[in-house]
Design a protein around this ligand. Structure first.
Ligand SMILES: N[C@H](CCC[C@H](N)C(=O)O)C(=O)O
Length: 276
């Protein structure tokens, strides 16, 4: 079957976007893995499926699949690319869009300067809502790994995140600790592992070993998770500028049940077609 797609990236987190608004598209785990494969397929961190919806007041539905083929609840950089996609492809003339995701409704706004702001909803810290197995809710938890015990914060942005403070992201053991945290048994649905270096109360460096995709150049929900964790710990204040390997994201959060607002870039790279 020939599948048309649009390759996109947001702060270096890259996506294959499928327009399934006219005709539903169903892809198997292995088909998604093939498309995401950087040697045998197109190559991407996640595949985004854009679908129509008849939910009143909602413009689209958008589904997210990691490179390992698993469907997940939320993707921040993907949400920004989704907006750029539906506007550039003429699927809407709105610049403020309501969209259904597996973790609920989010609102996205295409700014005049081309950046996109996403209302990511409120963070969730209750362990059962992450989900994370813990005796009680806390701002930090100790997590025994193979060779050492690390201290993490745990938060959901619709998808699960563990955030660890490091002195220097460039020397952080992302490749060894990332997979151990990702598949730690206390995270029953696995977890995205963030490594955060605080530069000052309004700036961090961040690397994320993503659930189902490995380290990416940027992780939007990871940037939200790191910023809100730092604000909860009292080391950060909103707004937080998040320096990732692929670009800069700005996170705003007023605390408590306030929504997390994320602003950043979203670009179309090329259109293509793949035989799957
Ligand atoms: N790997 C994530 C999904 C993609 C999130 C990331 N690409 C973002 O921009 O938020 C997960 O399994 O929850």
């Amino acid at each position: 079957m020939k599948l048309r797609f649009t390759k996109m990236q947001g702060a270096g987190n890259d996506f294959v976007v499928i327009d399934a608004t006219q005709t539903p598209v169903t892809l198997s785990h292995s088909q998604i893995q093939h498309i995401a494969n950087r040697y045998l397929g197109v190559g991407c961190d996640q595949l985004l499926m854009v679908e129509a919806t008849d939910t009143p007041g909602v413009d689209f539905r958008y589904r997210i699949f990691n490179a390992d083929g698993g469907e997940v609840e939320q993707c921040g950089n993907g949400a920004r690319c989704f907006v750029r996609f539906v506007v550039e492809k003429g699927l809407t003339n709105k610049h403020e869009i309501r969209v259904e995701t597996a973790s609920g409704l989010i609102t996205l706004m295409l700014q005049a300067d081309g950046q996109v702001t996403v209302n990511m909803g409120a963070p969730r810290f209750i362990p059962a809502q992450i989900p994370f197995e813990a005796a009680a809710q806390a701002t930090t938890y100790t997590l025994p790994l193979a060779g050492e015990t690390v201290t993490i914060s745990a938060v959901s942005m619709g998808n699960p995140h563990a955030v660890m403070l490091v002195d220097n992201v460039h020397t952080a053991e992302v490749a060894t600790l990332g997979p151990q945290i990702e598949s730690h048994p206390r995270f029953p649905q696995r977890v995205n592992a963030g490594f955060m270096q605080v530069l000052n109360e309004h700036e961090i460096n961040l690397r994320v070993y993503e659930r189902g995709s490995g380290e990416t150049l940027a992780c939007g929900t990871g940037a939200c998770a790191a910023a809100v964790s730092g604000i909860q710990l009292g080391t950060l204040q909103s707004p937080v500028k998040v320096h990732t390997r692929g670009g800069i994201l700005t996170i705003q959060w007023a605390g408590a049940d306030a929504p997390v607002m994320m602003t950043g870039p979203a670009e179309i790279v090329f259109d293509g077609e793949i035989d799957i």
